[in-house]
Design a protein around this ligand. Structure first.
Ligand code: DGI
Ligand code: FE
Ligand code: FE
Ligand code: FE
Length: 187
């Protein structure tokens, strides 16, 4: 694949500055969490760099990539916010030569989580919630829970997402709920 430096340049060029700052925050936080909880910090760093690579793609291009490459078309029936992780995982492989399935999975599942999240999935998903630049109601509670365990942090994160979606009368993607339940069931 590309050198880390060239990869960072290519990814940062696909998003506004504030989203790149978020990405730098996820890189920092995911490496910290990886070191604290025994995941591979090098893999965390690479997954973090790429996790939102498709976030600012035009909706029509995300849709085309999903349809034309046999990705999960069920996502097209749900909120467009859920598409960039599926597309990002594909693009990481196709355009940036990432061939490690652990990294690809961490990108793919960083928004909804999944049942049976891997250690690296958890690190990236949680870092995405609590990177230093994040400032939303309840983020400090998630940061506190993240000190206890990856799972407690993620449960607090998914709870905040689900509560927000309910308060806005938006549709909850079923996997978001299943991921949250699975974490609680295995505490
Ligand atoms: O890409 P980020 O903003 O860094 O974070 P993310 O990939 O976790 O995406 C968060 C967005 O996805 C946020 O706008 C809420 C939305 N989202 C997450 N889970 C669900 C969801 N939207 C719906 N409708 N249903 C979900 O279950
Ligand atoms: Fe994202
Ligand atoms: Fe997230
Ligand atoms: Fe993100």
């Amino acid at each position: 694949g590309l050198s880390r430096e060239k990869l960072m340049k290519a990814v940062s060029g696909q998003m506004p500055e504030k989203r790149w700052k978020h990405t730098l925050g996820v890189m920092e936080k995911s490496v910290q969490l990886a070191e604290k909880y025994g995941a591979d910090p090098v893999k965390a760093d690479l997954a973090a760099i790429l996790h939102d690579v498709a976030k600012y793609w035009p909706v029509s291009e995300m849709e085309a990539v999903i349809r034309e490459n046999g990705l999960n078309e069920e996502l097209l029936l749900h909120d467009k916010q859920l598409w960039h992780s599926e597309v990002g995982a594909f693009v990481a492989q196709r355009d940036y030569g990432v061939d490690d399935p652990e990294i690809i999975n961490a990108i793919r599942w960083h928004t909804s989580g999944r049942v049976g999240m891997s250690l690296l999935d958890k690190v990236i998903c949680l870092a995405d919630y609590i990177e230093p630049g994040r400032d939303f109601p309840g983020v400090d509670h998630i940061r506190e829970q993240a000190e206890r365990s990856l799972e407690e942090g993620l449960i607090a994160g998914f709870d905040s997402t689900i509560s927000l979606l309910i308060s806005q009368r938006r549709v909850i993607y079923p996997l978001t709920m299943l991921s949250r339940n699975d974490l609680i069931a295995h505490l």
